[in-house]
Design a protein. Structure first.
Length: 368
């Protein structure tokens, strides 16, 4: 995208033109509004019904956010997921990831012809919508393509009811709030920081790909070409000198004399590198804070001092008590409500301290 600025002086033959390539200032932030639609039957989750997709995009592009989610899931799953049912550990890990990422999780509950629960299948909540009371659910792998009058294109499921054994397939849905139709990410207050981290990663790759950055002005001092010629020159410069593959490539200039020679000026960007680094650190710290997680628990050293065992122990105890155990309880209780008592349990990480507290290594089973 180009922006032109042409100024005429007393001499109409004199003009100047600035160009910025791919200049973009738009934001991708999507509010988590819930909109009721009488025609579709389900509640829209976010603007354009795409909020969970937006969250997943941040998960894929904001490194500290992905690190927090992955670490939290590891702590929730502990040393082992114990069950006699094949594949349960993978299912618990999938459910834990959904719960940590979206603040809710969904399970497709299957019954056999005798009305017994025979299998549970975790569902990607990006593909699920619900009515306001969470009694009906709609499944689609692409909600953006489904318009209000096309709800017949969704697969419709009733909510799981332990007493309705005749229903072969239903949805067990759990959310971390009573005041919304869908869940609420525990890191919601840090979404702007996740956006910042995502933008930083994009800036880094753009810097590599562009090579010549916006803090450089290249002056052609041999007259002012017409607009078509200017565009051709711009394309030539960026083709030859942009991208990391062209880094340190020499620039060759042909001119009749020094007065008409090409000149390159560097714009002073003050302490941009320092401010850029501080912004990256501050936004990462905001994400860790939203999770109530010390960066140490995600494997990040603090101030290059490594890990102090005492600090790590205190951070782990607090995080385990306030964040990990509540998620473990919700997941284990949910699965055991479907499959029966003691169908699944979680053995927490076996971290030995000199004065080990029981609540850090207590087996998570059925919790009322």
């Amino acid at each position: 995208m180009q922006k032109q600025n042409t100024t005429n002086t007393k001499d109409k033959n004199k003009s100047f033109r600035f160009s910025a390539i791919n200049r973009e200032t738009t934001s991708n932030i999507i509010p988590d509004i819930e909109v009721e639609s009488t025609n579709s039957g389900f509640i829209y989750w976010g603007e354009d019904n795409s909020y969970p997709n937006y969250i997943h995009h941040l998960y894929e592009t904001a490194t500290p956010l992905r690190s927090c989610i992955a670490s939290l899931v590891d702590y929730v799953c502990g040393d082992s997921v114990d069950s006699e049912i094949d594949g349960m550990e993978k299912k618990v890990r999938c459910i834990a990831t959904q719960y940590a990422l979206y603040g809710c999780f969904a399970i497709n509950v299957l019954r056999n012809r005798f009305g017994e629960v025979c299998d549970i299948i975790p569902i990607d909540v990006r593909c699920l919508r619900s009515n306001k009371s969470n009694t009906e659910f709609f499944y689609s792998e692409n909600f953006k393509e489904i318009r209000k009058w096309q709800r017949y294109k969704c697969l419709k499921y009733p909510v799981y009811d332990p007493d309705r054994k005749e229903i072969a397939s239903s949805i067990y849905f759990y959310k971390n709030t009573l005041f919304r139709t869908y869940g609420e990410p525990i890191y919601k207050s840090a979404l702007l920081s996740a956006e910042c981290q995502s933008a930083i990663n994009e800036y880094n790759i753009n810097s590599l790909n562009n090579g010549i950055t916006s803090n450089v002005i290249i002056n052609f001092n041999n007259g002012i070409p017409d607009e078509q010629q200017q565009s051709e020159i711009e394309d030539m410069v960026y083709e030859k000198f942009s991208s990391f593959r062209n880094a340190c490539r020499p620039m060759i200039n042909f001119a009749d004399d020094a007065d008409h020679s090409l000149t390159v000026e560097r714009i002073d960007v003050d302490d941009f590198v320092e401010r850029y680094g501080a912004l990256a650190k501050r936004s990462a710290d905001e994400i860790y804070s939203a999770f109530r997680m010390s960066p140490m628990l995600a494997g990040i050293t603090i101030d290059n001092n490594g890990f102090a065992e005492q600090d790590f122990e205190g951070a782990y105890r607090l995080f385990n008590k306030t964040v990990v155990q509540p998620l473990q309880k919700d997941i284990v209780n949910g699965i055991n409500n479907l499959l029966g008592d003691n169908a699944v349990s979680i053995t927490p990480f076996n971290i030995k301290w000199e004065d080990t507290a029981d609540d850090n290594n207590q087996n998570v089973n059925e919790i009322n």
